[in-house]
Design a protein around this ligand. Sequence first.
Ligand SMILES: *Cc1c(COP(=O)(O)O)cnc(C)c1O
Length: 383
Amino acid sequence: MRSQFLPFSRPSIKEEDIAAVGDVLRSGWITAGQNTARFEQEFCQYVGCAGAVALSSATAGMHLVLRALGIGPGDEVITPSMTWVSTVNHIVLAGASPVFVDIEKDTLMVSPDSVEKCLSSKTRMIVPVHFAGASVHMAPIRKMADQKGVPVIEDTAHALGTHYLGRPVGSEGSSIFSFHPIKNITTGEGGMFCSDDEDLLKHIKRLKFHGLGVDAYDRQTQGRSPQAQVLEPGYKYNMTDIAAALGLSQLGRINQLNKKRAELAMRYRERLPEIDEIIPLSDPPHTTRHAWHLFIVRLDIDRAGLTRDDFMHELKKKNIGTGLHFRAVHLQKYYTESMGTHYGMLPNTEWNSDRICSLPLFPDMTIEDVDDVVEAIKTVLKR
Ligand SMILES: *Cc1c(COP(=O)(O)O)cnc(C)c1O
């Protein structure tokens, strides 16, 4: 057994990251400023999007998008239930109704057909979630949404470096990335709204900073006169230069970081077929580059004779950390009680919700660490 605990994720922080943050702290300007502006520009270049707005989190981005699109009571938003709770929480906080679309059993992602079945005259937004580093088949969803005039906002929290049909995810349409510490790059906490819609970009930019026409940095570079005016009540969701400097430093290594993730994932793929109770995900055919944000497996609970939660617990006792991405949102206490959602509504989502488990995967791991995970799983399942 391992003598040291292997977490399921750990940010890759190098001396150059620490130095970049140190420079900002010494500079006299630590909130949104030139580092944030540069991070937005370089992020646009990497993703190939028209414009980007740096935010305090992806969750903040979802809040702002719902607000900018004027979504509220009587409106429906189509989202998978296999997603992070923040999306559904904000749909509900806006007074709108989430319409849960089931996922495909072996990719954990929505299909164009299942999205189509959820469309109604009340649909005001569709939120496809790119999962684990793979890509949703977007083209038919975009086409369908365009015909209905419904905006599509892609949840790209897992997809920095993912390619869909040869192009980076986020290069087209509107998307929200996250820089939470477990994501492919981190800013501590942070997010990025990307879009090719000029008006929406401008609106998000304004809403993220009190609804002022310009933010603190613009005020400094453009001078304080004329003083900014509140154009509409907004929020305080800007990124700081401390975070942006870390993001810039990390973005400079993104290809290297993702390459390491891919190597580790390939080792899992080589070794895991040795274990009958582990069911792998399948490769979505339209993903031409996988970002390997997570390495998710499903436990064959009948064959294994133990629940997924017990499986995770047993692995922890063997010094192996695991993650759960995600427990279905529609099965969480608040939603079952307030919306009456229950088992039986979304078969593929529920099947996975009870069986998925994210194995350790982060750039500073070694191939030997992967082998340790495989051995620990074998021991746990042999009992
Ligand atoms: C991490 C994550 C989010 C939220 O990102 P934050 O930056 O933590 O707000 C949203 N959706 C998915 C799928 C995520 O994994």
